[in-house]
Design a protein around this ligand. Structure first.
Ligand code: GZL
Length: 319
C-alpha cells in the first residue's frame, strides 16, 4: 500500500511540475491598494490570471511608491517571467527599467496609467481616456448649471486632484480645464492633491472650506476623495449633493459612489472602468499566437448622476 501511495505522490509531483511549466507567467506591478477602484482593478487581474486559465500570476503591491514598482519589475526580469504588466504610479522615471525588460526580451504591457517612455519599450496600453472623462464632467456641469438657471452666475470651484503626475490626474485636470476655459464666470479657487485617498481628501477639503467660505463646486478626481470631502463638508455644517449648497462630483463610479448618490451626498460619478484583466489577457493570447495588437486600447466609459435609476443600474454593475 505504501508503495502505491509513494508512486501516486510522485506522479502528482511530476504532473504538478509539468503543469507549472505549461503556465504563462505574468509579473504584475500594481500601484497599491489606495482606493475602491484599485481593489476592483486588482481583483480583475486575480480573477483572470489563474492556473485554470493557463497563467501563473506573480503580484506585487507597490504601496503607491515608484521605487517599489521598479524593484518589482527587476525581480520579474530575474525570474524570467513571460510577460510584465505595470500600472505605473506616475508617468515619468521608467525608461531605464523598461529598457532592461526590453533587453531581456520580456514584453511589457501597461494597464490603467501611462508611462512617458519610448514607444518600443511597451507592447500595448489598456486604460481609461482621462482627458475625455474630465471633459465629460465639464459638459455635465454646464448642463447641470443651465438646468438650475445658474449658467451666467459666478461659480467658485475647488479640485481635489489625484496623485500628481499620475495619468488619471493629468488627464482629468486637463479635460475639466478645457471646459473651464470656456466659462469666464467659472473660477478655480484652488487645486490640491488628495493622493486618491479618502483620508487625504477629507484633510484637503477641510482646508479648502477654511480658506474659501463660498465654494459652489467640488471636483474630486476619484470617488474615495469625494467620500472624504463629503465628511468634511458635513462636519463644517455645510450640505452637498443635489439638495445641498455645494455641487460635488467624482471619477471612477465604484459601488460606494452609487451609494453616495443614492444617499443624496454626491451629484454625479464619471466612470473609469477598472476591469482591465480580461483586456490584458486578450493581448497576451494574441501575442502568444503571433498576432499584432493595438498599441492604445481605451476601455468603454460613461457617467451616472442622481437623475438616473441608480438602484437599478447599481444592481447590474461588476464593481
Ligand atoms: C484611474 C486610476 C486611478 C483611479 C483612482 O485609471 O489610475 O487610481 O481613479 C486610483 O481611484 O487610485
Amino acid at each position: 500500500m505504501k508503495k502505491v501511495v509513494a508512486v501516486l505522490l510522485a506522479l502528482m509531483m511530476v504532473a504538478g511540475m509539468v503543469y507549472a511549466e505549461d503556465l504563462i507567467t505574468v509579473g504584475y506591478a500594481q500601484v497599491g491598494a489606495e482606493s475602491d477602484w484599485r481593489m476592483a482593478n486588482t481583483k480583475s487581474f486575480q480573477d483572470t490570471f489563474t492556473p485554470e486559465n493557463g497563467y501563473q500570476l506573480i503580484f506585487d503591491d507597490a504601496q503607491q511608491k515608484q521605487e517599489n514598482q521598479i524593484r518589482a519589475i527587476r525581480n520579474f526580469i530575474q525570474r524570467e517571467v513571460d510577460y510584465i504588466v505595470v500600472a505605473p504610479v506616475v508617468e515619468t522615471g521608467w525608461e531605464t527599467v523598461l529598457q532592461e525588460a526590453y533587453d531581456a526580451g520580456i514584453p511589457v504591457i501597461l494597464s490603467d496609467r501611462m508611462m512617458d517612455v519610448s514607444d518600443e519599450l511597451y507592447v500595448a496600453w489598456v486604460g481609461g481616456n482621462f482627458v475625455k472623462e474630465g471633459e465629460t464632467a465639464g459638459h455635465w456641469l454646464e448642463d447641470y448649471l443651465e438646468k438650475q438657471g445658474r449658467a451666467d452666475e459666478d461659480i467658485n470651484i475647488v479640485t481635489l486632484q489625484g496623485t500628481i503626475g499620475a495619468s488619471a490626474q493629468v488627464g482629468r485636470t486637463e479635460g475639466f480645464g478645457n471646459i473651464l476655459a470656456q466659462h469666464d464666470n467659472w473660477h478655480m479657487l484652488a487645486m490640491q492633491t488628495g493622493e486618491f485617498t479618502q483620508a487625504k481628501g477629507q484633510e484637503v477639503m477641510e482646508s479648502f472650506l477654511h480658506s474659501y467660505p463660498d465654494i459652489d463646486v467640488v471636483v474630486c478626481e476619484n470617488d474615495n476623495m469625494a467620500f472624504g470631502a463629503i465628511d468634511a463638508i458635513k462636519a463644517a455644517g455645510r450640505t452637498c449633493g443635489p439638495d445641498g449648497d455645494i455641487i460635488i462630483f467624482s471619477f471612477d463610479a465604484v459601488r460606494a459612489a452609487f451609494d453616495a448618490m443614492i444617499a443624496g451626498d454626491l451629484n454625479a460619478a464619471f466612470e473609469c472602468n477598472p476591469l482591465h484583466g480580461p483586456r490584458v489577457a486578450e493581448i497576451i493570447q494574441k501575442l502568444e499566437n503571433g498576432e499584432s495588437v493595438d498599441k492604445i486600447q481605451y476601455v468603454d466609459e460613461t457617467y451616472f448622476d442622481t437623475t438616473m435609476d441608480l438602484e437599478a443600474i447599481k444592481a447590474t454593475r461588476a464593481y
